[in-house]
Design a protein around this ligand. Structure first.
Ligand code: 13P
Ligand code: SF4
Length: 369
């Protein structure tokens, strides 16, 4: 077996050629037919960062928290075709029952941020940090992380967070212990901790490549340990982008996602989760002007659905999230055809022990969401 064949098999195979040969309207028509045939047995959640060609077929759209809640509440659907990225489909599998199957239409739809923390690095970090700080740390992980990391957090008394409940979860964590370890996005961790009053001088950074804590002061002052990970999409919004918008559009308000760096968030007018950004634009006055710092599929959708407002991307050369974009019409159709044929291609299955430990971390979040 060639290396390519090995990976194709391991990852659930690649799209059969015939789907590339179909026209858009053929694919759309067949997807409509299959949705009709499967009815309530099928549920298609779609993250706001998905392409329009996919979002048009979503039964529900939302941010990662909303989609996790919807999957947890849906007991009817036998098949959940998750239009989002791998960690979201894993979360859906953890939160649904054993009779429900979750699929990711393209197994290459990962998340570069989630890939920045693996369980081996995390175990090493935990050993080193508990040696430095004793039993004073509670771990929090952004849902943008693997099921194994969620399980690690669950078994160590911590919780998951999303961008829409990060403030509440960080406050909760400080009622548990005196320090937090926040994985894997240093920016969401730093922005959230800063908002609730933790000074930047009390935040250290854990470098998982060097296995090293980056901190200048005395260890007893550390309140927050930030994992050195980031979103490769949101890191592309820069201070220069903010300055350019301020110069070129003096009346424009700038709103960004908290996965952007501290400097960018600081210089912007507002920041918040995907849901918060959408609601802010929906509630904004006609004629108002906005520069948005988040994923491009969403920004383009907001531009199209609000012709009464002037909306631009904070970074004019921004691209969509490439892994979110892996899910396209051919892959969605392929997934649905496989279900009709009783073939379980690209099913996402989290093993039972990992799921049980991860669920305690997710439940601690969902109870406070
Ligand atoms: P939310 O859906 O929680 O806003 O997260 C944004 C994101 O980057 C999803 O991958
Ligand atoms: Fe991951 Fe960033 Fe893409 Fe979200 S936008 S899936 S965090 S790489």
């Amino acid at each position: 077996m060639s290396i390519l064949q090995y990976f194709e098999e391991k990852q659930g195979g690649t799209l059969p050629k015939e789907y590339r040969e179909m026209t858009t309207s053929q694919m759309e028509e067949r997807i409509r037919e299959i949705k009709q045939i499967l009815g309530d047995k099928l549920f298609i959640p779609g993250h706001h960062y998905q392409k329009d060609e996919v979002i048009q077929f979503a039964d529900a759209t939302g941010d990662s928290l909303q989609l996790a809640q919807l999957c947890a509440a849906n007991e009817k659907a036998e098949h959940i075709v998750f239009c989002g990225v791998h960690f979201m489909a894993e979360t859906a599998d953890i939160l649904t029952n054993d009779e429900q199957r979750v699929y990711l239409p393209d197994m290459r739809a990962g998340c570069s941020m989630a890939d920045m923390a693996d369980i081996y690095q995390t175990d090493r970090a935990w050993d080193a940090l508990t040696e430095m700080f004793g039993e004073t740390i509670v771990p929090l992980t952004y849902v943008n992380s693997t099921a194994a990391i969620k399980a690690f957090v669950g078994r160590n008394g911590g919780a998951t967070v999303t961008s829409s409940n990060a403030h509440a979860m960080v406050k909760w964590a400080f009622t548990q212990r005196e320090r937090i370890l926040f994985l894997p996005d240093q920016h969401l961790g730093r922005n959230t901790a800063y908002d609730i009053g933790i000074p930047l001088e009390q935040m250290a950074v854990w470098d998982p490549i060097q296995d090293k804590l980056e901190y200048e002061g005395a260890l007893e002052d550390v309140k927050v340990i930030l994992w050195k990970g980031h979103c490769s999409v949101h890191e592309n919004f820069t201070v220069k982008n903010v300055i350019d918008v301020r110069n070129e559009h003096p009346d424009m308000r700038i709103i960004v996602h908290p996965e952007c760096s501290r400097e960018v968030v600081e210089l912007s007018d507002d920041n918040g989760s995907t849901k918060y950004i959408i609601e802010t634009i929906e509630n904004a006055a006609p004629g108002s002007e906005w520069a948005i710092g988040t994923e491009m599929n969403l920004v383009n959708r907001l531009i199209q659905s609000h012709p009464d407002k002037k909306i631009i991307s904070l970074n004019p050369s921004m691209c969509p999230c490439l892994t979110m974009n892996r899910i396209d019409l051919p892959h969605l159709l392929w997934s649905l055809e496989c279900i009709v044929d009783n073939e379980y291609v690209n099913q996402i299955k989290v093993d039972q022990q990992t799921a049980e430990e991860a669920i305690s971390a997710l439940d601690r979040m969902l109870a406070r969401a």
